[in-house]
Design a protein around this ligand. Structure first.
Ligand SMILES: [Zn+2]
Length: 389
C-alpha cells in the first residue's frame, strides 16, 4: 500500500517503519503497511464545518500581505480549515475577478485563492440559479405552502462534512476573455451610476423597488427565451451554449401532456407569483439593487466619479452574495456592500441564517472566528492527532 505517513512497526508482518496512514475516505482513516496486506480502518469523529465566503478584497489583501490584520485573519482561517472546522470555498467569480486584476502576480493570487479553498469550489452561478428556480417552480405547481429549504447539494459538488484527504484536487477552469469582461464591467457600472439622478426623483418605497427589480429579472428570462427561440429558428445553435436556459427548463415540465402555449402561460404565472419572489438568488439580488436605490435616494453617491470607483465591483458582489449567501454561515464582503446587505427590510441575516462581516466590522469578524476555534471538541483533536501523526 502507498503509505502517506509512516508511524512505526506493522502489527501484521512486524517490520519496523512500514505501517502508517494511507488515506482518508469520507470519515474513515485507512492505515496499512508498505510490505504486507495488513490494514485497519479507524472511524473519525463526525464533523460540522462552517462555510465562510471570503471575497476578493479579503483574499487579495491576505495574499499581498500589505496589511497585518489581513495576514493574521488569514492565518486563523488556515488554522480553522486545517482543524476541519470550516471551509472557505472559492467560486468561479473569484477566478473572473482575479483575471481582471492588473497585476503581474495575478497567477500567484489565483494559486493563493485555490490554496485557501483547499479544493472546495462552489458550483457556477447559473447552475445554482437554475436549481433554485426549478425547485420553486415545483412548489408553485404543487401549491406547496411550506417554507422552501436550502439544499447544500445545489451549491457544492462534494459533501463538506467529510474529513479532508491528504491531497485535494486542483480547481480547474477555462481561459477567459479578460479584456472584454473588464470593459463590459466598466460599462455596466457607468450605466448603473448614470441611473442615479433619475432614481433620486422617484418616490417609490423599498418594497416597490424590490418588486420592480424582481419583475425586471423575470422579463429578462422571458426575453432571453424569445431571443434564443428566434436564433434557433434561424439555425444559430451557438445560442444553446450561452443561455442560462431558465424558461426552457421550466417549459420542459409536462411537455408530453400540455401544449406549449399553456406551458408558457404557466411559466409566466409562476414569474408573477410569490414562488418566484421567494427564489433565494432572485430575492437577494433584486433586494440589494433596491437597497442601493434607497441609499441613492437618501443622498449617497452624489459624486459620479467617486461612485463609479466605490461601486466598481458591485455587479460581482451582488452576484456572489445573491448566489452563495444562503449556503454560507458567514461572508466577508466589501464595506459598501455591508450597508446594503444589512438593510433591515431585506432581513438577509435572519432569513438565510448568514452572518456578514466587512472591514468596518473587523472585530466582530475576529470574534466570530475565535468562537469557532473555542468550540473545537476533544474528539476532533483526537481525530487530528491520528490524521497528522
Ligand atoms: Zn506489514
Amino acid at each position: 500500500m502507498l503509505v502517506t505517513r509512516i508511524i512505526g512497526k506493522c502489527p501484521g508482518c512486524k517490520r519496523e517503519n512500514s505501517f502508517g496512514n494511507v488515506n482518508i475516505n469520507q470519515n474513515l482513516l485507512l492505515r496499512g503497511c508498505i510490505h504486507c496486506d495488513y490494514s485497519i480502518q479507524i472511524p473519525l469523529p463526525a464533523l460540522s464545518k462552517k462555510i465562510i465566503y471570503l471575497d476578493q478584497f479579503f483574499l487579495s489583501h491576505a495574499f499581498r500581505e500589505n496589511l497585518e490584520q489581513f495576514v493574521e485573519a488569514a492565518n486563523i482561517i488556515a488554522e480553522l480549515a486545517h482543524a476541519q472546522l470550516i471551509i472557505c470555498p472559492c467560486s468561479p467569480i473569484h477566478k473572473t475577478e482575479t483575471l481582471q486584476w492588473r497585476h503581474s502576480q495575478k497567477e500567484q493570487l489565483l494559486e493563493f485563492i485555490k490554496k485557501t479553498s483547499r479544493g472546495n469550489e462552489f458550483n457556477p452561478e447559473y447552475r445554482i440559479k437554475r436549481a433554485q428556480i426549478t425547485n420553486s417552480f415545483k412548489r408553485f405547481l404543487e401549491n406547496d405552502e411550506k417554507v422552501p429549504s436550502i439544499s447544500l447539494r445545489d451549491a457544492l459538488p462534494r459533501e463538506i462534512n467529510n474529513w479532508e484527504d491528504y491531497f485535494w484536487i486542483d480547481v480547474k477552469g477555462l481561459p477567459e476573455d479578460t479584456e472584454r469582461i473588464r470593459k463590459s464591467k466598466e460599462d455596466s457600472v457607468a450605466q448603473l451610476v448614470g441611473l442615479f439622478q433619475n432614481w433620486r426623483t422617484q418616490n417609490t418605497t423599498f418594497e416597490q423597488d424590490h418588486q420592480f427589480e424582481l419583475i425586471d429579472g423575470a422579463k429578462i428570462y422571458i426575453q432571453l427565451y424569445i431571443e434564443m427561440a428566434q436564433r434557433l429558428a434561424n439555425g444559430d445553435f451557438t445560442t444553446l451554449l450561452e443561455s442560462p436556459m431558465i424558461v426552457e427548463t421550466l417549459l420542459y415540465f409536462d411537455k408530453d401532456e400540455m401544449d406549449i402555449q399553456n406551458r408558457l402561460n404557466r411559466v409566466i404565472g409562476f414569474f408573477k407569483s410569490k414562488y418566484y419572489y421567494e427564489v433565494p438568488c432572485e430575492y437577494i439580488s433584486s433586494g440589494l439593487f433596491a437597497a442601493l436605490k434607497q441609499k441613492v435616494k437618501n443622498g449617497h453617491y452624489v459624486n459620479e466619479e467617486k461612485a463609479k470607483k466605490t461601486l466598481s465591483g458591485i455587479f460581482y458582489d451582488i452576484s456572489f452574495i445573491s448566489t452563495y449567501a444562503p449556503y454560507c454561515d458567514a461572508m466577508f464582503i466589501d464595506n459598501p456592500m455591508i450597508d446594503l446587505v444589512k438593510e433591515p427590510k431585506l432581513n438577509l441575516e435572519e432569513r438565510f441564517n448568514t452572518k456578514f462581516f466587512a472591514r468596518k466590522t473587523w472585530n466582530e469578524f475576529i470574534d466570530y472566528l475565535t468562537k469557532i476555534k473555542e468550540q473545537k471538541s476533544q474528539e476532533i483533536d483526537w481525530g487530528l492527532s491520528l490524521v497528522h501523526v
